[in-house]
Ligand binder design. Structure first.
Ligand code: ARG
Length: 437
């Protein structure tokens, strides 16, 4: 098929130039949103009288037919097309004839691809937010089941004060809930239509950008055409939200790697979520947790990629912008698979009470002892010194479980590891995940 611009350059590109610039092999995943965007464009063209009703109906039916095929998973109609937009337009032309040539009225691929990306980001962010909702829901159940199981809390990776397994897990629940809220916000902010910006300066034809937005159920349109075609902030925001989510999953993965070691022994992984060694017969390795840690590097890489791409680009559209898709799709895929893996892994953990309780040594109650002196009227700094000097802190036997339980009850204040506080945390997260996104 000739290119969309072959009227100007009839000899076509050199095959190597075509291979270097073409993208249909990887931007085909925009075909669904491209067709949804075109349907909205056609409706607008019909509403403002730029398309006769018969032409509008023919184009709408043709686009819907293509959409059904795309949704059924068909590959690109023309694997040699320059990009997804070209492949769609050319196929429509092959099926409908000259009327398909009216689809591109007052539209450029520059505002078209921008709209596609807005649609894609809104859907991808919502999909990830939903996946996080399922992860948090599972975490809440696991945390509730271990709400009272005492374990040491750490600072500097040194035992510090008593907490519970539930309290520790819930800290991740709140991180993931913030990630979820961030993604919902990213989706909301992506709902601004750039269509009508054309190549860069709008159109001399009487288009109605607000009608397109309305058609998509979106509240806003860009007010500046140059901004509309060159803005990729919403992509950067999405990739940042993903990078931070992956960073949180990485922190959790690192703790599971530590906790499943013989040295900690706080957790045992179900066999289905562990791996063996090709050489060492005895090994059971936490590869899923390690890869939650390792995959987070991709989040940082995608974010760095998008920011580097945007830095220094002159207005308005530049072909560099087509590179945004690699980072966007990569971030989306990496996050979705990592969230799913984390959800599975969370259901595959057995917390070993015999190990978490024996790790609770008497030194973890030292701050409590200082607090008791404060209650008797002593300044805290003096109490700290007195307790510090009272014995050799390098030798500490396991603490009696009643003393640990007492410490937890005394810490039963807002944000603490006591039972009422944990119930409050569980209720807060349960309420948050019950809100649909
Ligand atoms: N495939 C391009 C992209 O992803 C859109 C095409 C715009 N190309 C152009 N030469 N104006 O950004």
């Amino acid at each position: 098929m000739p290119d969309l611009w072959s009227g100007r350059l009839p000899d076509g590109p050199h095959p190597d130039a075509r291979e270097f610039t073409g993208t249909v092999a990887w931007d085909w995943r925009l075909a669904h949103v491209d067709l949804v965007g075109s349907l909205a464009h056609v409706a607008m063209l019909g509403a403002v009288g730029l398309l006769a009703p018969g032409d509008r109906d023919a184009l709408t039916a043709g686009l819907q037919e293509l959409l059904a095929e795309v949704d059924a998973g068909c590959p690109p109609w023309d694997a040699a097309a320059e990009d997804v937009h070209t492949a769609v337009e050319q196929e429509l032309s092959a099926r409908l004839g000259p009327v398909a040539g009216r689809l591109h009225t007052a539209r450029s691929r520059n505002d078209q691809v921008a709209l596609d990306l807005h649609l894609y980001v809104a859907a991808a962010a919502t999909e990830l937010a939903r996946a996080l909702g399922r992860l948090i829901a599972r975490l809440v159940d696991v945390a509730e089941a271990h709400a009272a199981q005492a374990m040491p809390g750490y600072t500097h990776l040194q035992r510090a004060q008593p907490i519970t397994v539930g309290h520790h897990l819930l800290a991740y629940g709140f991180m993931w809930q913030r990630d979820r809220e961030r993604l919902v916000e990213v989706a909301r902010r992506a709902e601004v239509s750039p269509l009508g910006a054309g190549a860069l300066a709008g159109s001399t034809l009487p288009v109605d950008p607000f009608a397109v937005a309305q058609q998509l159920g979106w509240p806003a349109v860009y007010l500046n055409s140059l901004d509309a075609v060159s803005d990729r902030d919403f992509v950067a925001e999405f990739v940042f939200a993903v990078a931070l989510t992956l960073s949180h999953l990485s922190r959790w993965g690192e703790e599971l790697v530590l906790w499943s070691s013989a040295e900690f022994g706080f957790v045992e992984l179900a066999d289905a979520w562990a791996t063996g060694s090709s050489m060492m017969p005895h090994k059971k390795n936490p590869d899923v947790a390690e890869l939650l840690r390792g995959r987070s590097a991709r989040g940082v890489a995608h974010l760095t990629g998008v920011l580097t791409l945007l830095k220094g680009l002159p207005l308005a559209y530049n072909r560099d912008l087509q590179e945004d898709k690699g980072y966007l799709f990569g971030a989306h895929d990496t996050a979705l698979s990592a969230i799913k893996a984390a959800t599975g892994l969370l259901g595959a953990l057995t917390f070993r009470a015999e190990r978490t309780s024996t790790a609770l040594t008497t030194d973890l109650l030292a701050t409590d002892a200082a607090d008791r002196l404060v209650e008797g009227g002593m300044p805290f700094r003096q109490a700290h010194g007195q307790v510090a000097a009272s014995r050799d802190w390098r030798q500490s036997p396991a603490a009696p479980s009643e003393a640990v339980a007492q410490s937890l009850v005394e810490r039963d204040r807002v944000m603490g590891p006591g039972p009422t506080s944990i119930a409050r945390q569980l209720a807060s997260l349960r309420k948050a995940v019950a809100e649909s996104v």
